[in-house]
Every structure is written in structure tokens, then in C-alpha cells.
Design a binder for this molecule. Structure first.
Ligand SMILES: [Zn+2]
Length: 303
């Protein structure tokens, strides 16, 4: 299960109702993992309101180094230090080493924990696996913005589920031995050699994509293929978009959602000029029905 919480949903300048970009992804696997995507100014207070602990975050993914997407890192690192964090913090992003080192030089942090900065490729059109755990992988791909920028995909690994009917047919019973079968894929049980695929089916995992700031582009389409949730830049309405914008409009984002065959689209990073977001919903839904417009503290559960 995955919970996605939007902590900030505005573009460059915040409003009373919308904070700068930050998204929390909580993955409930063998243990809970909390991943933070972008970290705009004010993210800490948004986390407090949303009931998310600072100390649970071990991995931060920055899409690009514009202040509305990273300025919250400075106070977050300070808080982690004041709270006596010991475990390392990983920060992923294009040119992450340079920017993280600049951030750490900005004040007298007296850091008690290690910050590992991981550079993400930002040129070309290839997907890169930037993280792999037992249960999920995170990929990145370059996107089209005014500065080096990437989109991220969180991809849960497929899981083997034992089919009791298949077990029965082979005259086998449930038991501890199935654990070994799941890890080793082939075991000899009661004199019989059993392969995992004989008694189990592979179910595909969940996929969540976050674009950060970008013009509509093919790389986003590629990384979003069959995603359960696509969180796309939706800064403008189609009528207001200009060539200079380097952002997407609702209609263009919806087209990508449709072409990539995603299940659900959420538009975020809305310009403060729009007081009413209904037209965004209408514009996008003409192209892709299952669209929602993000608001601060919106929470989506995927199962
Ligand atoms: Zn932005």
C-alpha cells in the first residue's frame, strides 16, 4: 500500500492556501518507508500539520534546484540535527553533490549525521535506476525545464502470491517451506522438486510518477507508462500557456496521461493566478477522465 500526501501544490509564489512543492510517499512494505519528493519552503510546518515525522525521512528526491523546490531542505536538515539524528540522509537530484555541499556550507550546522548526495543524470532521454531496495525501485528521467530537471518514478516490485488451488492440485500443503520457495524459487519438499511458478502467480507492483516542473515531453510519457498515478506539472490552463513557460497546461498533461495509459492523473504546481481550479479539472477531463487537481494535504491511497 502507498499513501501519497501533497504538502505543497503551488508554483513559484505561495498563496494562503497553497505551499511550495513537496510530496510525501509512504510505502507500507515489510517496514514503512517515507520518501520526500521536493522540499519547498515551509515543508516542515506542512509535515507537522499532516502528521508526518521529520525523522522518518531517509531519502529525498529533488527534481531541480529552483528555490520553490528545495529551500525547505535547509531548515529540515537543521531540525534533523537538533533532534539528534544519527542515521544517514540520502539526497538525490541533478548535480546533487554540488548543491548539497553548498547548502551544508550555508550555516553552522555542526552535522551529527552523514548526508549522501547522489547525482542524477539530467541529459539525454534514458531512464536511470537511482535506487533499489528489496521491495521497490526508483527511476529518474530528464525532463524539459529552464534548468537541469528530472522526473521520478517509484516502482514497487512484483510479488509472488501462492495460489492455494495450484498447491492442492500438486498434493501439497501450506507451511513454512513456502517462505523458502519464495526466496529460492525452487525447493525440494517431501521428495518433490517444486518451482515457484508452479504454485504462485506474479502480481505487478504499484507505480507512481512525479514530473516536477516540465514542458510536456516524451520522456515523461515514457517513464509514466501504465503508472497507477501520474503527478504532473499543471501550472497553467491551455489558453494561458506560452512558448516561454517551460511548464505544462492541464490539457497537455492530460494528453500525456492518456497516451501513457496511466490509471489516474493529478495536476499540481498551479499558478497563484488561478483562484478557481474547476476550469483545470474540466479542461483535463475532456481528454483524460480520471483527473484530480491537487490541494495542500490531499492524500491518495493506492492498493
Ligand atoms: Zn516550480
Amino acid at each position: 500500500m502507498i499513501d501519497v500526501t501533497f504538502l505543497g501544490t503551488v508554483s513559484g509564489i505561495p498563496t494562503r492556501d497553497r505551499n511550495h512543492p513537496a510530496i510525501i510517499l509512504e510505502y507500507y512494505g515489510e517496514q514503512k518507508d517515507t520518501l520526500l519528493f521536493d522540499c519547498g519552503e515551509g515543508t516542515q510546518r506542512q509535515m507537522l500539520t499532516a502528521g508526518i515525522s521529520f525523522m522518518d525521512i531517509d531519502k529525498v528526491f529533488i527534481t531541480h534546484w529552483h528555490a520553490d523546490h528545495f529551500a525547505g531542505l535547509i531548515p529540515l536538515i537543521q531540525t534533523m540535527n537538533l533532534e539528534k539524528r544519527k542515521k544517514p540522509l540520502q539526497i538525490f537530484g541533478p548535480e546533487a553533490e554540488r548543491f548539497v555541499s553548498d547548502i551544508v556550507d550555508l550555516g553552522y550546522f555542526g552535522l551529527r549525521f552523514e548526508i549522501e548526495a547522489i547525482n542524477i543524470p539530467f541529459e539525454g532521454a534514458a531512464e536511470t535506476k537511482v535506487l533499489e531496495t528489496e521491495e521497490y525501485e526508483v527511476y529518474s528521467i530528464p525532463v524539459l525545464h529552464t534548468v537541469p530537471a528530472v522526473a521520478y518514478a517509484f516502482v514497487e516490485k512484483g510479488k509472488w502470491n501462492i495460489d492455494l488451488q495450484k498447491l492442492k492440485k500438486l498434493g501439497l500443503e501450506r507451511g513454512e517451506w513456502l517462505k523458502k520457495l519464495k526466496t529460492e524459487h525452487k525447493v525440494t519438499h517431501k521428495g518433490k522438486t517444486v518451482k515457484l511458478e508452479q504454485v504462485a502467480d506474479m502480481t505487478s507492483g504499484l507505480k507512481v510518477v512525479y514530473t516536477g516542473d516540465t514542458k510536456p515531453c516524451d520522456t515523461v510519457k515514457k517513464i509514466s507508462e501504465n503508472a497507477d498515478l501520474l503527478i504532473h506539472d499543471g501550472t497553467f490552463l491551455e489558453e494561458d500557456i506560452t512558448e516561454k513557460a517551460h511548464h505544462a497546461d492541464a490539457k497537455a498533461a492530460a494528453k500525456i496521461a492518456k497516451q501513457a495509459k496511466v490509471k489516474q492523473l493529478i495536476l499540481t504546481h498551479l499558478s497563484r493566478r488561478y483562484k478557481d481550479v474547476k476550469p483545470f479539472e474540466e479542461e483535463a477531463r475532456k481528454v483524460f477522465e480520471n483527473t484530480k487537481i491537487a490541494y495542500d494535504f490531499m492524500k491518495i491511497t493506492l492498493k
